[in-house]
Write a protein that binds this ligand. Structure first.
Ligand code: C5P
Length: 222
């Protein structure tokens, strides 16, 4: 395809969307943007500053001093590359608190839209197909069963030496899914023109191949 497009991908936690989108971006020479990084980095910033996570006004005013930049197609938080700390369990637990604050979402939506100011981007998150890039040429909803996703995440924890039961991972993920789907703003939803993939039974490379095929088919049709 000569003319570049934008690809918006939404999906629940551990659906493999970031890993697959990153590989697809490499394959088709597109820029990959993982928007969860912004929400996670702001949560980490609030935790590092010992902010009371129940004080919504404080969290909103903290936005003024939170600095995340997009430099050379990567996020920088506090002028440093993003650290794995944003994936810690404390951040994962607290990120839903900040993800429901309208002022936070409004600012981050604007930030992502500023980043994606041209074509040639693959952007993943929860509200990308619905709110951030409703005009994206290709919209994909990537999902897997809760059982498949929690097993994947549990195995990942085990490989990292994290001591946690599969049941706890399942329950935590179920809670986060419900939060992402039921919040009043920026909720995870399947838009009418999204292509839905259930990759419960696919490995990562099969998921990438399916996405690639969809991309090629879009190019052939347009
Ligand atoms: O995708 P990831 O699991 O890293 O996202 C972390 C959290 O950030 C999600 O649970 C979701 O609540 C929030 N998020 C969001 N909107 C986005 C991306 C992430 O609300 N576009």
């Amino acid at each position: 395809m000569s003319q570049k497009i934008n690809i918006a991908i939404d999906g629940p936690a551990a659906s493999g969307k970031s890993a697959a989108a990153q590989l697809l971006a490499k394959k088709i020479d597109y820029i990959f943007v993982d928007t969860g990084i912004i929400y996670r980095s702001f949560t980490l910033f609030c935790l590092q500053n010992n902010f009371n996570m129940n004080d919504t006004q404080l969290l909103i005013s903290a936005l003024k001093t939170f600095e995340i930049k997009w430099v050379n197609n990567h996020f920088l938080f506090n002028n440093q590359p993003i650290s794995d700390e944003i994936y810690s369990s404390s951040v994962t637990k607290s990120v839903p608190i900040i993800a429901v604050i309208p002022e936070v979402r409004a600012l981050f939506v604007e930030k992502i839209q500023d980043i994606v100011s041209a074509k040639g981007y693959i952007v993943v998150g929860r509200d990308i197909t619905s709110v951030v890039l409703p005009d994206a040429e290709l919209k994909i909803f990537l999902t897997s069963s809760l059982a498949a996703r929690s097993e994947r995440r549990w195995k990942q924890y085990l490989s990292e030496g994290v001591n946690i039961t599969q049941k706890t991972v399942y329950q935590d993920m179920e809670k986060r899914d419900n939060g992402d789907k039921s919040r009043d703003i920026g909720q995870l939803t399947i838009v009418e023109d999204a292509i839905v993939f259930d990759n419960s039974n696919y490995d990562l490379s099969t998921t990438v191949e399916k996405l690639f095929k969809t991309f090629v088919e879009y190019g052939e049709k347009s």
